[in-house]
Design a protein around this ligand. Structure first.
Ligand SMILES: *[C@@H]1O[C@H](CO)[C@@H](O)[C@H](O)[C@H]1NC(C)=O
Ligand SMILES: *[C@@H]1O[C@H](CO)[C@@H](O)[C@H](O)[C@H]1NC(C)=O
Ligand SMILES: *[C@@H]1O[C@H](CO)[C@@H](O)[C@H](O)[C@H]1NC(C)=O
Ligand SMILES: *[C@@H]1O[C@H](CO)[C@@H](O)[C@H](O)[C@H]1NC(C)=O
Length: 313
């Protein structure tokens, strides 16, 4: 009896503590991978009011596909729910952890339209965080990435959003965060979740609107082993596609931004931030890039390699 009362009290405390900005968290790797659970924990620990809404199964590479969620005909990934489970469901002891048995776009949509009002007192989320994805989403990958698809969906629904991806990791169960706390995968999950929190803090502290309507960020983190700590990561403003004729915002002494692929591949510890249109998934123009440069300026630096800005994909 006593333990039940204590549990109820603990639950109440953890919910009321989440008074910060309201975040829906999604991805395409599925609701039970280590990277997304580490992100959920890091956002809650940083004071965000966060609810996770992710696919029940691995939906990597499904882009902006969409369908009505359906009853599970296989178990959820890593056996986290049995066959026959409802189309959407949650962890009974942590109702902020939700699955949606459909595509990433549908998980983001369910988070925004159904879960947000329920958890955020009838209001919309302030921001949708998609990822960190297990594996980079650079260049053409962005067209097929469900993590990018979920972020784009949010922006199309009027909620500012960003897709985050990290070079290091495997689609491993969240249980490995505790069973293998010093593994490369766990260390990458912890580094990337800290970096996402860092980007979000700067972005949400900037003057409203958080991002121009329909404009999304694609953020890629470098291999975790290349970085000694979250503070060692240098963020660089980039573009998704190489374009010989592009006139980008002036940054680092050039009006040709480096490609995200070139920056993340550099020796050292560089993360890329590209600015794109939710509707087309193509690079935004210099005006939109300038808005982001203004907002994230304190975080952004140069790759220190002038060749990169002229470089190929
Ligand atoms: C998840 O799906 C992608 C795309 O189909 C596939 O490449 C990857 O191997 C899958 N992951 C697992 C753990 O099965
Ligand atoms: C549900 O939450 C409990 C309590 O935090 C945890 O022990 C369990 O592993 C979680 N299961 C899933 C599938 O999230
Ligand atoms: C960065 O990581 C890549 C891939 O893991 C590796 O080949 C490269 O040597 C690393 N560079 C540095 C400077 O650590
Ligand atoms: C840049 O893009 C924005 C958003 O799509 C658009 O409203 C604006 O007209 C564009 N500016 C120029 C100079 O093309």
């Amino acid at each position: 009896m006593l333990s039940i009362v204590l549990l109820a009290l603990t639950g109440a405390v953890s919910i009321s503590a989440q008074t910060g900005p309201k975040i829906v968290l999604s991805n395409d790797d599925g609701w039970a991978v280590a990277h997304i659970r580490a992100q959920h924990t890091a956002l809650a620990a940083a004071g965000y009011n966060v609810v996770l809404s992710c696919p029940a199964l691995n939906q990597s590479g499904t882009g902006s596909s969409s369908r009505t969620p359906t009853v599970l005909t296989t178990p959820c990934e890593f056996d986290t729910c049995p066959v026959g489970s409802p189309a959407t469901g949650f962890n009974a002891s942590e109702p902020r952890l939700n699955y949606v048995n459909a595509f990433p776009v549908d998980a983001a949509k369910f988070g925004i339209e159904t879960l947000a009002p329920q958890f955020f007192d009838g209001s919309k989320p302030d921001f949708v965080v998609s990822g960190p994805n297990v594996g980079s989403n650079l260049g053409l990958d962005t067209l097929f990435s469900g993590t990018v698809g979920a972020a784009a969906e949010a922006a199309l629904e009027g909620i500012p959003s960003a897709a985050f991806s990290g070079a290091t990791g495997d689609q491993l169960s969240y249980t490995t965060l505790t069973t293998s706390p010093t593994s490369a995968n766990t260390e990458a999950a912890l580094l990337y979740s800290a970096l996402t929190v860092k980007v979000l803090a700067v972005l949400l502290a900037s003057p409203a609107p958080v991002l121009p309507p329909g404009i999304v960020l694609n953020v890629n983190f470098p291999p975790a082993a290349n970085c000694t700590s979250a503070d060692a990561v240098q963020f660089v403003l980039t573009r998704i596609y190489y374009d010989l004729f592009a006139r980008d915002v002036e940054a680092c002494g050039s009006t040709r931004l480096p490609t995200e692929s070139a920056v993340v591949a550099l020796p050292g510890c560089f993360a890329s931030v590209s600015v794109f249109h939710a509707a087309t998934k193509l690079d935004a123009n210099a005006t939109m890039q300038a808005v982001v440069l203004g907002k994230l300026g304190s975080l952004l630096g140069c790759s220190g390699n002038s060749l990169v800005s002229q470089d190929r994909i």
